[in-house]
Ligand binder design. Structure first.
Ligand code: FES
Length: 583
């Protein structure tokens, strides 16, 4: 049995020789657990986001079993608990609407139960940031275990990423170049295994950033979901969770400003998802770390793309794993990292880096010979985005990064769906497509609508990319010259609400500018003329969300959840030792 140098949180439940202690212990024994569960060894919660509505996380029961083995072997006692699970593809209107709900579920479960440490078992896009947000607020020792990338689909002899290639084939269908029978074959082949999307989409990006933040074991992120080494990692995570419980090393000691710099730098080096910007801002808010949106632009200006993985490159995460995984990537960018940052291993980044930066330079390059120069992501500001917007330059068309063109404005997703394929729509390849009412409050939930479709008549002319601007997000697997997260959003009066068809919009992603070339007087006049629409009625959780969600530049967290919170064992003893309910 592992001994702890400090008083375990679980001892407040189980150590007392009083009525509450009796009730807590007997509740455990009623579950079939022997005295071993309450004899003072560390209790490790396994926070499992498994469910049958999240295909990416379907293998988590086996992973939880492996964690359990590790916990028991190290002298702890494991207790698995469920949370809501957010299935990216099935959940409507968007999982982002429920990220904060899951974060609250995770936080309160960790705080309310006798866990001395937790293993956060997440994979599909929003599950990892939600668990990190909740665990950061609870500030109980925590370690993340992600599900690993799925085995790639093979279609017509080509390995597919789930999203990246799908967007391409959808355009092929719309342009009449792919017959429906072939599209049907693609549908059945697209998801051959459990695990998260196998390219550097949002899930792989978040798994990578967990390593960058120091919140998991080195090398854990890229091990494929179906590789036996993922279960081996899970066992070792269980072992380490017991160590964390004994040492009392908390997320607040790991999630420092330096850790966020490291994660952002890593995100830029792998060409990660723009969604990670919103999630990192939210996690930093929970950790009490000041992280302005412009920090992403600053770090981007010095960080090149050193990993050749889709959507910014050619390979899938599996190839990154075989070339050395995320530790090799971190070794490649070591001069840009704060290597003195502490990780959940109890060691610094420097202590855990490998000797060499990868085994295949066509997959993991180095800072001297990168795949793309710095500035793979830009934060743009101007009279159209006073509080900022982001564009993933590494997945955009280089010639469009500096562009002027007339706006074609869609008032909402419904408006866009009605008109974007209208043959009479006045649009050319030089137009700038604008979508509004797609932000955190306006949609609500800031869906991944930011990769607006290219109108079919332009696709037929061979147009493959256009400048697109919205207050929405974009799938991490997507690509194109898409300005996203415009803040403040149109629904709260952001300037996107004032743009009209034909206004010239000027984008200079390299200089960090986004402007509509309309005078201030004209914009003020339009603002005065804005129709006052009645606020849509929302009930329940959505009503809370719309009322309290912050804008994208602040991470879309709830305003009442930002900032450090008190550790649960700082609750007065009376909370634990008072009389027990239920009898
Ligand atoms: Fe679940 Fe991509 S849809 S990870």
């Amino acid at each position: 049995m592992t001994s702890s140098p400090h008083r375990l949180k679980s001892s407040k439940w189980f150590a007392g020789q009083n009525v509450p202690g009796f009730v807590h212990r007997s509740a455990m024994r009623a579950s079939g657990f022997s005295r071993m569960a309450v004899d003072g060894r560390p209790i490790v919660g396994i926070c499992n986001s498994w469910s049958e509505v999240v295909n990416c996380n379907m293998h988590f029961r086996g992973m939880a079993d492996a964690v359990r083995r590790g916990v028991l072997a190290a002298g702890g006692f494991p207790l698995e608990f469920p949370t809501i699970s957010l299935g990216e593809q099935l959940m409507k209107p968007t999982t982002m609407l429920f990220r904060n709900l899951m974060a609250m579920d995770v936080e309160e479960s960790i705080r309310a139960y006798p866990f001395d440490a937790v293993v956060l078992l997440g994979g599909c896009d929003k599950t990892v940031p939600a668990q990190l947000m909740g665990a950061t607020s609870a500030d109980v020792p925590a370690i993340v275990l992600t599900g690993g990338p799925a085995s790639p689909a093979v279609f017509n002899g080509k390995q597919l990423g789930v999203g990246t290639d799908l967007w391409h084939y959808i355009d092929e269908v719309r342009a009449g170049r792919m017959p429906m029978a072939e599209y049907d074959r693609l549908e059945s082949a697209a998801g051959p295994s459990q695990g998260h999307c196998p390219e550097m989409g949002t899930a792989s990006t978040m798994a990578t950033l967990v390593e960058g933040l120091g919140m998991t074991l080195p090398g854990a992120a890229a091990v494929p979901a179906m590789d036996s080494r993922r279960l081996q990692v899970a066992e070792m995570v269980g072992v380490r969770a017991v160590g964390l419980a004994a040492e009392g090393l908390r997320p607040s000691q790991v999630l420092t400003a330096e850790a966020f710099d490291n994660a952002i730098t890593l995100m830029l080096a792998v060409g990660g998802s723009t969604n990670a910007v919103v999630h990192l801002l939210a996690i930093a808010g929970r950790a009490g770390v000041e992280l302005p949106l412009d920090r992403f632009h600053e770090l981007s200006s010095r960080t090149p793309l050193v990993v050749n993985v889709r959507p910014a490159g050619q390979h899938l995460v599996e190839q990154v794993f075989h070339a050395g995984g995320i530790p090799a990537v971190m070794k490649a960018i070591e001069p840009l990292l704060h290597t003195e940052a502490l990780t959940v291993t109890g060691k610094t980044v420097a202590d855990t880096l490998p000797d060499r930066a990868g085994t295949d330079p066509t997959v993991i390059a180095n800072l001297n010979t990168p795949f793309q120069p710095p500035q793979g992501l830009s934060v743009v500001r101007g009279n159209l985005a006073p509080n900022g917007a982001v564009i993933k330059c590494s997945a955009a068309t280089a010639d469009l990064l500096v562009h002027r063109g007339p706006a074609v404005v869609f008032d909402s997703m419904a408006d866009m769906m009605r008109r974007f394929d209208d043959p009479d729509l006045e649009v050319t390849a030089e137009s700038v497509l604008v979508l509004r009412s797609a932000g955190p409050r306006g949609a609500p939930g800031m869906p991944e609508w930011g990769q607006l479709p290219i109108p079919s008549k332009l696709l037929a002319q061979g147009v493959t990319d256009m400048v697109r601007i919205s207050d929405a997000r974009m799938s991490g697997t997507a690509y194109g010259t898409c300005v996203l997260h415009v803040s403040p959003e149109s629904a709260v009066g952001g300037p996107l609400a004032l743009v009209r068809d034909g206004d010239v919009i000027a984008l200079d992603a390299l200089a960090g500018r986004l402007d509509v070339l309309v005078t201030d007087d004209e914009l003020a006049k339009r603002r005065a003329e804005l129709p006052v629409a009645p606020a849509p009625h929302h009930r329940g959780y959505t009503a809370l969300y719309v009322e309290r969600v912050l804008q994208a530049d602040q991470g879309c967290d709830f305003d009442f959840l930002v900032g450090r919170s008190s550790a649960p064992e700082n609750e007065p003893d009376a909370v634990f030792d008072g009389w027990v309910g239920g009898w």
